[in-house]
Design a protein around this ligand. Structure first.
Ligand SMILES: NC(=O)c1ccc[n+]([C@@H]2O[C@H](COP(=O)([O-])OP(=O)(O)OC[C@H]3O[C@@H](n4cnc5c(N)ncnc54)[C@H](OP(=O)(O)O)[C@@H]3O)[C@@H](O)[C@H]2O)c1
Length: 304
């Protein structure tokens, strides 16, 4: 059985590829990416590397030829992803793929108003209608993103601006999302199944700020703002409100509709989904955020 991993040069895709070749022959792995040159080491290890881009329909069908399962790793263009992922699903079906495992997002239900949830729920709907076997891995908020991207400016400036109120979210170490996806790819079953990949703990922004403050030694004020105040915060930085393909920061497409709708949905409890699914898939509980952060204490102290 050959497995296709899309977006294989990213953190998730690269980690999934490395984990898979510990368990199956590298010859059974097809790695799709827009940047084949970044995958020289995995190619050298025996994996097949193919060019593929969600915005280039022809490349997707060619990349999926011969694969039986596909790990569809969601892209980064918020607001454009239903079209992108739908192209990948259609191409996979044409190429003969039988089962797609998709990296969705926690709380991606029909009634969640966050832009990100619309992208993921829309993709899940496409999978449900595809006639293929499918599994949705609804990954929680990456602890990695919180520690590496959200916390550093809050620690540096001693202020964390949020519209999430005391709403809470499930958090997860990305490595555990990868482990769960690999388990699903390599075991039977899982068709039409939605897994919530987060732990049993739920965290508010105030909880996270308090932990970052405790570890870094720097007091952090949590500045609560409403919808308009949060938009004004991003307007002042020149961040566009609507998704624009030509606007990105460090390669990541950014818009305040995404961030504001996300935090308001968090405030209203849409991401507060505690789950035991990591224990079911990995046979052990998900790592807690305190442990994850303490393992990165040197980095966190370096943000002061
Ligand atoms: N749960 C969370 O908190 C959270 C946080 C951040 C991101 N995410 C989602 O999880 C995914 C994996 O996270 P990550 O940390 O691995 O992100 P990452 O390292 O930034 O990688 C981005 C991924 O998106 C792929 N991609 C972007 N545009 C694409 C396109 N046009 N066609 C095909 N692939 C495209 C990239 O593939 P290439 O190899 O072609 O570059 C790469 O796999 C992200 O893409 C995002 O959808 C979730």
């Amino acid at each position: 059985m050959r497995i296709l991993v899309t977006g294989a040069s990213g953190h998730f895709g690269g980690a999934a590829a490395r984990m898979l070749i510990e368990r199956i022959s590298p010859r059974d792995l097809i790695l799709m990416t827009r940047k084949p040159e970044k995958l020289a080491a995995l190619k050298g290890a025996g994996c097949e590397v193919r060019y593929g881009d969600f915005d280039d329909e022809a490349s997707l069908e060619a990349a999926a030829q011969g694969a039986e399962k596909m790990l569809l790793i969601s892209g980064m263009k918020v607001g454009y992803r239903i079209g992108q992922h739908s192209r990948a699903i259609d191409a996979a079906k044409k190429a003969g793929v039988r089962h797609i495992v998709y990296t969705s997002y926690i709380g991606a239900t029909k009634d969640n108003p966050a832009l990100i949830a619309k992208d993921h729920f829309g993709t899940e709907e496409k999978l449900r209608a595809s006639g293929l076997k499918w599994t949705a891995m609804r990954d929680g908020l990456y602890m990695n993103s919180m520690v590496e991207a959200a916390a550093p400016p809050a620690i540096k400036f001693g202020r964390w601006v949020t519209a999430s109120g005391e709403g809470k979210t499930g958090l997860i170490d990305r490595a555990e999302c990868v482990g769960c996806a690999v388990t699903v790819l390599l075991s039977a079953g899982h068709d039409k199944h939605v897994y919530n990949i987060s732990g049993t703990e739920l965290w508010s922004t105030s909880d996270m700020a308090a932990l970052m403050s405790e570890i870094s030694g720097k007091p952090i004020e949590v500045a609560h703002v409403d919808r308009d105040g949060f938009y004004a915060h991003f307007d002042a930085m020149g961040v566009p409100r609507e998704p624009l393909t030509e606007f990105n920061v460090g390669g990541i497409q950014w818009c305040s509709d995404d961030i504001v709708s996300y935090e308001l949905a968090m405030r209203d409890g849409h991401f507060a989904v505690p789950s035991q699914d990591v224990r079911t898939l990995l046979g052990r509980p998900a790592k807690g955020f305190r442990q994850f952060a303490l393992e990165r204490a040197d980095f966190i102290r370096g943000c002061v």
